[in-house]
Design a protein around this ligand. Structure first.
Ligand SMILES: [Zn+2]
Ligand SMILES: [Zn+2]
Length: 264
């Protein structure tokens, strides 16, 4: 019979934020929701396991219930473990308090928190004003790393995490298209040379190319890494003119090998 998993295999406490994080789901869970979360379609635990784990988690400290969201820092000098880090956070640099991942969020924040009201119309801003908002937002945003503890509701706002996205560094050098093309061409050149070299050196396990005889002797292992041309030259039929000296010995060996190869 299967055993109920240990609570800390599934959940982990974040001491700084005093919340419980579900490891597989990679987000925080309110402690009073642990049982419901485990029996939900996300985990499909049986009720008794979920209750056992809930009872264990109930003893964990420090956990705030409910989470004390208004005491949470806006930015942290580290990254919250066990939850994802997004590199597309947009920080509104006027107040340095608000991060979202879609420009729409910044517009709403500008309107709701910084008192944007259309000067002459109620409701939808006019064409020119919309452009004005877009410009103001574009000027006052900075791309940051961010993390989100709860998937929705209280505590689901984004928190700025340590590190740089490298996406909007000021005065970032524009890449010179000529230099890049040149570099790409150089790399391609090296790749071509490499392929040429590969082609003229015998690879171990070139079995589809090997004769049955080579397969049987297993010599392909020993031939690995030897350049192909000198090897082919060495298999050329020696002169059978004289039967003395090196050439004579080579001829005798060649004949013997030829017979062996023919027999096999
Ligand atoms: Zn979960
Ligand atoms: Zn603000």
């Amino acid at each position: 019979m299967l055993e109920c998993p240990a609570a800390d295999d599934i959940f982990v406490i974040n001491v700084k934020f005093r919340v419980i994080i579900c490891r597989p789901c990679q987000h925080a869970i309110r402690r009073d929701q642990v049982e419901a979360h485990l029996v939900s379609t996300v985990h499909r635990f049986c009720r008794s396991w979920a209750q056992q784990i809930q009872a264990v988690v109930q003893q964990w400290n420090p956990v705030d219930e409910p989470p004390t969201v208004d005491r949470w820092p806006i930015a942290i000098d580290h990254r919250i473990p066990h939850i994802p880090v997004y590199d597309d956070g947009l920080l509104y640099s006027i107040c340095e308090r608000y991060i979202c991942r879609q420009i729409k969020g910044l517009k709403n924040h500008w309107r709701l928190e910084h008192g944007f009201t259309p000067a002459s119309h109620r409701g939808r801003p006019r064409q020119g004003q919309q452009q004005e908002i877009r410009d103001a937002i574009a000027q006052h945003q900075r791309q940051v790393l961010c993390q989100q503890l709860f998937p929705h509701g209280p505590g689901s706002h984004y928190i700025q995490a340590a590190g740089s996205t490298g996406a909007t560094q000021p005065n970032r050098r524009r890449r010179d298209p000529d230099a890049v093309d040149q570099l790409i061409e150089e790399v391609r050149g090296y790749q071509r040379q490499d392929r040429e070299a590969q082609r003229t050196v015998i690879q171990a396990g070139d079995l589809d190319e090997a004769t049955p005889w080579l397969n049987r002797t297993g010599w392909i292992r020993y031939l690995q890494g030897i350049p192909r041309d000198p090897l082919f030259n060495s298999t050329a039929r020696p002169s059978d003119e004289g039967t003395e000296g090196i050439e004579g010995a080579a001829w005798a060996i060649w004949q013997a090998m030829h017979r062996l190869a023919t027999v096999s």
